[in-house]
Design a protein around this ligand. Sequence first.
Ligand SMILES: [Zn+2]
Length: 431
Amino acid sequence: MPKKQLSLLFLAIFSVSLYFLLPLFDHTPEHEAELPPVIQEDTVVISKPEPTRLYGMIIDSMVVIEDKVKRNQNISEILTAHNVSHEAIFKLANVSRGVFDVRKIVANRKYTLICQPDSVKTVKAFVYEHNPTEYVVFHLQDTISVEKKQKEIEIIEKGISGIIESNLAMTMSELGLSPQLTNDFVDVFAWQIDFFRLQKGDRFKLIYEDHLVEGQSIGTGRIKSIYFEHFGNGFYAFHYDQGDGIDYFDEDGKSLRKALLKYPLDFTRISSRYSGNRFHPVQKRWKAHRGTDFAAPKGTPIRSVGDGIVLEARYGKYNGNYVKIKHNSTYTTQYLHMSKIKKGIRPGVKVKQEDVIGYVGSTGLARGNHLCYRFWKNGVQIDALKVELPPSAPIADENRIEFEGKRDHMMAQLEAISFQEDDETVLASIK
Ligand SMILES: [Zn+2]
């Protein structure tokens, strides 16, 4: 566009703005002095285009060379090829110490040379992209210096829905979502939903954070909220931080995590701890003891440490009368040597935390009345007394109003996502 036309256009825009702005000042004569001065036609031309910047440097009129580090190529080789003197490279390697080790430049990473537009294209700066978010600028003009910088990470909220055909992981992967996000999803509902027993047609809506650098996703962030429909029942999860980190709550502000009881009974003492090796009192030999023994009088009630489903409840030659309970896809517990299993406790039965499941005894391979308590996390037997049990505090009174406000916002966001379209919706740019 010729300069004259451009000026006229700006003048036109300016006049129109003035027309709308002036009435605002009509009834406030005391602000008259603050009215913008009438700008002359030629003043408008001042609004030159912003200079083009790359890695924080103005590159207008510069020559920009972009490439990737080749195999076995080092900084010296790259710079020598662009007429940087050995002396300068040596100096550069020296000043880089403590900021960035130039020997850590690796193949396939992007680098950029910003050069003067002279005949030899004198290198002004060399920029190496260390990873998707960090880069190092080596300044070669005037004083040789180096600085490590961060790219701006933009966090956006995305909403998506999915319908399960066979399993969650597959559906998530088909939607292009990362395994990390799938794991987080499973973790959020670990106590509510058995993800190994999903039904075809179970469906979900999910709002999560995506981290972008220069418009490209570099990974997903945390889950903000989920609506999950399992066997026709709806489950909500809303993220909230009560001051001790992000946790997930249902629509009533109850924690989705349920703590397990530390001890399944009132005991007199711990008679044997979990260990890799101990002398077995009955077998008279050294063997691992993958449980915790609680000595207690015969008949002391034994309680399930958490909600769950009974997997086994029977007599075994070594275990005696025992019960095994699966709490969720993460935790399973087992209770041995009972004098008696409580009536009604049999495989498939649902139990609640603190429900009595049996009574202390010494059936099977046991000496003295005690409960041998065993604990599995993700299929691996571990020491129940050393498990960090998940917290389960509900929303505290002082956080209630704020939580409910956020929950309503997230609920509305979830409702706005339809199950029909499988396109991702960008809901908001957070930063
Ligand atoms: Zn034991």
